[in-house]
Design a protein around this ligand. Sequence first.
Ligand code: 9L3
Ligand code: MG
Length: 140
Amino acid sequence: MKAEPSKGKRLLLVVACALVDADGRVLIAQRPEGKQLAGMWEFPGGKVEPGETPEECLVRELHEELGIETKTACLAPLTFASHSYDDFHLLMPLYVCRRFWGTPEPKEAQALKWVRPRQMRDYPMPPADAPLIPFLIDLL
Ligand code: 9L3
Ligand code: MG
């Protein structure tokens, strides 16, 4: 985790998910062209909207981005990222989800890959996501 002085930056709350399959592999998604950090491989997730709990946000994001269904009770918090980007400071809880319905499909034109946590080092990840890998190696 990289927490630098905020210099008045706004705090952005984003939630992310390590979706785990029966084989202990984790889903990563490549950020599409045109978005910030395009081409990088990340844990799926997104910004918490007003009126949402972080868990409700993740259920919604997993449906929008991957077309799968899950429930807030199926999300277990594992750790979090705290990282300063140029224009905001990102606070990003990482949840683990092993129970979901449907097969993840790229609904937002992103590429998807199921990888073992140790293989994740071979994929360029956003600076907020990369420090989370050791927690998944320990867990899985
Ligand atoms: N972000 C970093 N890692 C992630 C996610 C889901 C998001 N696993 C960062 C990238 C953007 C910001 O959070 O700077 C907002 O994400 P998005 O709404 O552009 O996906
Ligand atoms: Mg997103």
